[in-house]
Design a protein around this ligand. Structure first.
Ligand code: SF4
Length: 354
């Protein structure tokens, strides 16, 4: 007979039935989840918090209540509605996925992890979450919350990220075949509200009796992590060209790669060493009397830090390109980096010699 003190899905589900978080994208008990809503929320929740996502989820659903509507939407409208959620590649993939599901799958999402993973923007975690929540597949859903809970339950001392495989295996052992969707959401809830990173509230935890970290007083020390590598620094130089009517020259980044297809102020490529103006001129969008602004713009990407210097110039006469007055920037889906450049320029003191 199973040891009743050991962690079990039943215990967690009993707690979930009493204390489940009331999230707008969650189907009510007894109501079949809508895969479109599950997918939409899971894409939005990637690298973003529940609190941030809630208003965006509501707005998207009000505007595009079914996947066919989202598939028909103009990509720029989708990107604009996404503004503030960051990582625009997710929004682009989301739109691509909607087009594919509406067009090639007759509006129905595949109901297996493998089928879901074949769609744009759906990785291992998201496929498992959708398969479990929308289709009741016993998929093992592992995010940072679940890793923390498993590391503590079993007092796993292997540091992350090395421990990922072992934590996933532990999570898989606990995943039930009955109510896997509720179970996936119950573990997420436990990690988000009870087994929190700094102050685990073990007194409210249904798995407290069998938790090895709690028994040994190690909960807040786990999971262990390898020290983070310092991110390399890259540097670039931005060209802020202003027409006499106040419009500023913008451009769209290439579709592929970082910030793919997003609007930016033209710049040099980004590299490890800094740019002199004479070398940067080769990348300038126009011939002009470029003057260096004081200070730099700093921005952190996942794998590197970016430092941008800015030069500015007033352009006489007509010049080709996408020109936009700063008061109209709000109509564009500008990534955070571009917004930082805009704020830096608009807050800068008058030009100095380069
Ligand atoms: Fe986390 Fe405490 Fe529950 Fe262990 S008993 S899983 S440390 S909340």
């Amino acid at each position: 007979m199973a040891d009743p003190s050991m962690p079990s899905a039943d215990r967690l589900l009993a707690r979930y039935d009493l204390y489940r978080r009331n999230l707008s994208w969650r189907a009510l008990p007894g109501v079949a989840p809508d895969p479109y809503r599950v997918w939409l929320s899971e894409i939005m929740l990637q690298q973003t918090t529940v609190v941030t996502v809630a208003p965006y989820y509501g707005a998207f659903l009000a505007r595009w209540p079914i996947i066919e509507g989202l598939a028909r939407a103009d990509l720029d409208d989708v990107l604009h509605a996404w503004q503030g959620l960051g990582y625009y590649a997710r929004a682009r993939n989301m739109h691509k996925c909607a087009v594919m599901v509406a067009g090639e799958y007759g509006g129905r999402f595949p109901d297996t992890e493998a089928g879901l993973r074949a769609l744009p923007g759906i990785g291992a975690y998201t496929a498992a979450a959708i398969a479990a929540i929308a289709f009741e597949r016993p998929a093992t859903v592992v995010d940072g919350n679940v890793e923390r809970v498993m590391a503590r339950l079993f007092a796993g001392e292997t540091p992350l990220p090395t421990a990922k495989t072992e934590l996933k295996a532990l999570a898989a052992d606990l995943t039930p075949t009955k109510r896997p969707g509720d179970y996936a959401q119950a573990v997420m809830d436990l990690g988000a509200t009870v087994c929190t990173p700094r102050n685990p509230d073990c007194g409210r935890c249904p798995w407290a009796d069998g938790c090895m970290a709690r028994a040994t007083g190690m909960a807040t020390d786990l999971p262990r992590r390898l020290p983070r590598k310092a991110r390399p620094l890259r540097r670039g130089l931005v060209f802020w060209a202003v027409r006499c009517d106040g419009a500023v020259l913008l451009r769209r980044r290439p579709e592929q790669g970082l910030l793919g297809g997003m609007i930016e102020v033209p710049s040099t490529p980004w590299k490890a060493t800094g740019w002199t103006l004479s070398k940067a001129r080769f990348h300038a969008p126009l011939e002009a009397d470029w003057r260096r602004l004081k200070g730099v713009v700093n921005h952190g990407f996942t794998h590197f830090e970016l430092e941008l210097a800015v030069v500015a110039a007033t352009i006489e006469g007509a010049a080709e390109g996408q020109w936009c007055r700063p008061e109209c920037f709000a109509d564009l889906a500008l990534p955070t980096l571009t917004k930082k450049v805009v704020s830096h320029v608009l807050d800068s003191p008058p030009l100095t010699d380069a």
